[in-house]
Design a binder for this molecule. Structure first.
Ligand SMILES: Cc1cc2nc3c(=O)[nH]c(=O)nc-3n(C[C@H](O)[C@H](O)[C@H](O)COP(=O)(O)O)c2cc1C
Length: 336
């Protein structure tokens, strides 16, 4: 090898190294590609317990969010409710009970109760779907209501408590006072806190953009797509990006997302500490939407979108989605 190095000109060696690196990057991405195809439900469908449970969570969360929207729409989400009940029946038949299945059922029956209590007739198809569910899953308990009416003073009452209480008190909130400004200084303070986030070799790839202009926010949120029913109330929109330029090894291909995610969580805590209502929004963009968002021209080409955060001043009281967590015993394995 040393002999070859001595006789091959440097420029050729560099070309050779680059070719090998490109090949390596291709191999690494192909490795990810194979794993994603094999293990995510995108191709296989929801063919095991974990996958079906995740689908159930995704669908009941959509109903949970609908139940907490500032302008509640009766009979919302019928297609989601229908597939959610099908998923619950399938799960119950194949795998029996689980904490998340129980919670899914509680969300479905909360949806029904909301209509009964408000004396608004349920859609005929929904009634059929609910009857079918009640026939198929008999062992139902009385469930407590998951979505809560919360007072702003209570919501922020733990901001100076110990970290456990503080962390427990932060929630994604989707209701803001449209005509009240979030002070930009408070957002800057929150970013100051978020900067404490660790990053791989302290490379700090994260960049933050804050938008105030209503029209611009509307354009961006239209591309984001996951803010129906509350996005229009956003007073400040934060976009978190992470720059690819700082990652020097092919194996660090996902580091933008890891460091960006850690920063995003810290920023959510920072915003909560500053008593700003916030909801993190995904940037799981298709390439087409990624290009669309880039073409608005505010980020550098080398930056990846990590997430957005809608921010606003909370009303005196608002609904809070339950977002039931897994039990520790369900996610923890201690290796001895
Ligand atoms: C990366 C990420 C993307 C999210 N995207 C959305 C979104 O597009 N729309 C939305 O309403 N909530 C979104 N959420 C909020 C989740 O629904 C919420 O964090 C989850 O249900 C847990 O609830 P909590 O934040 O109140 O504890 C997102 C959360 C994360 C972490």
């Amino acid at each position: 090898m040393k002999f070859l190095k001595n006789i091959i000109p440097n420029y050729l060696l560099n070309i050779g190294r680059k070719v090998l690196t490109v090949k390596r990057i291709f191999f690494i991405y192909f490795y990810d590609y194979k794993r994603f195809c094999k293990y995510s439900p995108v191709i296989s469908g929801y063919n095991n317990r974990d996958k079906l449970e995740a689908k159930i969570i995704e669908r009941y969360h959509s109903i949970e969010k609908g139940l907490t929207m500032p302008d509640f729409r009766f009979n919302f989400g019928i297609p989601v409710l229908t597939s959610l009940t099908d998923n619950c029946i399938e799960y119950n038949e194949k795998y029996g009970e689980s904490t998340q299945l129980k919670h899914a059922l509680s969300v479905i029956f909360e949806y029904e109760k909301k209509h009964i209590d408000s004396k608004v007739p349920l859609n005929q198809d929904t009634i059929k779907v609910l009857n079918n569910l009640k026939n198929k899953i008999k062992n139902r308990e009385e469930f407590p209501l998951g979505q809560k009416l919360v007072f702003k003073t209570d919501y922020f009452s733990e901001v100076n408590s110990n970290f456990s209480a503080f962390s427990n008190s932060r929630k994604s909130l989707r209701n803001y006072l449209e005509d009240q400004e979030v002070d930009l200084n408070l957002i800057t303070n929150a970013i100051e806190i978020a900067k404490n986030a660790p990053s791989a070799c302290n490379r700090q790839s994260v960049r933050v953009y804050v938008f105030s202009d209503k029209e611009q926010i509307k354009k961006i949120l239209k591309i984001q797509g996951g803010n129906r029913g509350f996005g229009h109330l956003t007073n400040k929109l934060i976009i978190i990006t992470s720059d690819l330029s700082v990652w020097g090894f092919a194996r660090e291909r996902n580091q933008t997302f890891i460091d960006g995610g850690i920063f995003a969580m810290n920023l959510l805590y920072g915003l909560h500490f500053q008593q700003i209502g916030a909801c993190i929004l995904n940037c799981s963009l298709s390439p087409e939407n990624d290009v669309k968002l880039r073409s608005l021209g505010f980020i550098r080409e080398s930056e990846n979108f990590i997430s957005m955060i809608s921010c606003g001043i909370l009303p005196e009281k608002f609904m809070q989605a339950a977002s039931k967590r897994h039990e520790v015993s369900e996610i923890l394995t201690i290796i001895k």
